[in-house]
Design a protein around this ligand. Structure first.
Ligand SMILES: Nc1ncnc2c1ncn2[C@@H]1O[C@H](COP(=O)(O)OP(=O)(O)OP(=O)(O)O)[C@@H](O)[C@H]1O
Length: 283
């Protein structure tokens, strides 16, 4: 049986949302001195999430804006400590969440490669061996001696992705990172991820592109309002999601026909129910 690399048990994540706005720190201190605490609302971004990832599994996470996708990835990666439940990790995780977020803007591209490498747990010698490969992948050969503050956001993301490609994770966590950079870079990074998957790397992947999820993943889940409402085979879950969002363009002809058939059945049932109600009202 395939090795279980990660298990998520009854995860819940609560945020405190301030109901009132405080414009600056001075106003905050005055309120505290007056003994006026800010009113806070509790908000559960995730509630009772359970699943596991085994070797060779690539799970897509689907959901509308604010459904809790990024929060779930951050909990799995250990960025957030969950309010409830636990994450059991049995494999090396490399998260590609906010690419380039760890860069120091005053250092050059070259210096940041070594810095970022250290964050990923790699020493100077290993990074020196991998340096040319990283620069080549990023396509930023001419900008290595330029401080990061002069990079565009696309350039930062490219460099962040290029550094992460040297890692050899058992689980790769991807949050929308395959939509960074220009079309050429996007294709190249998707190919790189597919190559890593050939080597057996498991993937947890958030994307708003249903087509991309179907290309990369073999399983998927749907989050809605912080709850997992579907989990299973990627084609089946993608079909449910397409129905929810009306993204039928992304489906194959066969899948579209299936959805149309289902919708027709629903419509007929609705008409039948309305007819029945009218008859009952008349009598
Ligand atoms: N640090 C935080 N403090 C308070 N609320 C937060 C925090 N991070 C996320 N949230 C809230 O949690 C909910 C889920 O956010 P999350 O970013 O996980 O959604 P998402 O599904 O990734 O959305 P999107 O598709 O827009 O990226 C949102 O309502 C968001 O406002």
């Amino acid at each position: 049986m395939a090795k279980e690399l990660l298990r998520v048990e009854h995860i819940g994540m609560k945020f405190n949302l301030s109901k009132e706005r405080v414009n600056d720190f001075r106003e905050y201190v005055i309120r505290m001195l007056k003994g006026k605490k800010l009113e806070k609302d509790e908000f559960w971004a995730l509630k009772d999430i359970n699943f596991s990832i085994h070797e060779g599994e690539r799970i897509g996470i689907l959901g509308l804006n604010g459904a809790g996708k990024s929060t779930l990835l951050k909990v799995v990666a250990g960025v957030f400590k969950p309010t409830e439940g636990r994450v059991i990790r049995n494999g090396k995780i490399v998260p590609l969440l906010e690419l380039g977020a760890g860069f120091d803007k005053n250092y050059t591209g070259r210096e940041n490669i070594f810095l970022y490498g250290a964050v990923l747990g790699y020493g100077r010698q290993y990074m020196e061996e991998k340096y040319d490969q990283i620069v080549e992948f990023s396509g930023l050969e001419d900008f290595m001696d330029v401080p990061i503050k002069n990079y565009s956001s696309g350039m930062k993301s490219k460099l962040g992705f290029a550094i992460a490609t040297i890692a050899e994770p058992e689980i790769l966590i991807l949050d929308e990172v395959l939509s960074v950079g220009d079309g050429k870079f996007r294709k190249k990074s998707e190919k790189k991820i597919l190559d890593m998957m050939q080597d057996g790397t498991a993937v947890l992947f958030v994307s708003h592109s249903l087509a991309q999820v179907k290309r990369i993943c073999n399983k998927a889940m749907i989050l809605e309002g912080g709850k997992m409402i579907a989990f299973g085979d990627v084609d089946e879950v993608a079909q449910v999601y397409a129905e929810m969002t009306g993204e039928l363009d992304e489906l194959t002809v066969g899948q579209k026909n299936l959805v149309k058939k289902k919708n027709k059945k629903k419509k007929t049932e609705k008409i039948k129910q309305e007819d029945k109600r009218e008859v009952m009202e008349e009598s």
